[in-house]
Design a protein around this ligand. Sequence first.
Ligand code: NI
Length: 170
Amino acid sequence: MAILDVVNYPDERLRQPCTPVEAVDGEVRALIDDMLETMYSQGGIGLAAPQVDRRLRLLVMDTSEGRDRPLALVNPEILEARGQQEGEEGCLSLPGVYETVVRAAEITVGYRDRDGGEHREGFSDLDARCIQHEIDHLDGKLFVDYLSRLKRNRLRKKLEKEKRLQAAPA
Ligand code: NI
């Protein structure tokens, strides 16, 4: 297993759409394991393939408190969505940024697991939020896209300023 480099906002690679996984083979399983290791090493609860520079419809997550319930969703598709929830989100591609986003409260998702098995499963609360956030990544969408233009401009200025400070000689 290996820890992979995470692509950071505003890198254009985060904006490209992903293609479905054709077969859950050894290569895909190795990628799943590397993505899980990367997610755990960064303290995240979810990670999508484009965040590690792979244009595949694949995400991993673990919302458990013990960090011992890894889940891989290959070719995930939201089949049904119900209700509304509002909560704070962060993203490993936008370190230090947390904003409130409205999501569906419950979703039914079709996906394949790490062994290629087919599932149709209901998720709610944080699991549902996490899956919606990660599926957005597969469509080239980021959680900051839901913010108002004013908030997004403020955020971009803040990130540009941080970048300048990092680049400045000590
Ligand atoms: Ni994210």
